[in-house]
Design a protein around this ligand. Structure first.
Ligand code: SF4
Ligand code: SF4
Length: 66
């Protein structure tokens, strides 16, 4: 099953205030609670579509086969 995973080091280094890729996620599986912390993926909501991969400006999201 395909799922998005965040590269926490890369994501944290950019420190988007809000996750830009979340706006392109149909199920809102990307979550960023604290602006100073990396985003996270809710695996229960992620469909593995890959749309977020194209939106994240630094390529901090990858799709893996779990
Ligand atoms: S858009 Fe990318 S770098 Fe920015 S918070 Fe989301 S996953 Fe992290
Ligand atoms: S792979 Fe699709 S469903 Fe999963 S977080 Fe990215 S945009 Fe959302």
């Amino acid at each position: 099953m395909l799922k998005a995973v965040i590269d926490y080091q890369a994501c944290g280094s950019l420190a988007c205030t809000k996750c830009k890729a979340r706006s392109g996620c149909e199920t809102r599986a990307l979550i960023k609670v604290d602006p100073d912390e990396p985003a996270a993926v809710d695996p229960a909501l992620c469909m593995g579509c890959g749309d977020c991969v194209l939106i994240c400006p630094i390529g901090a999201i990858n799709i893996i086969d779990t």
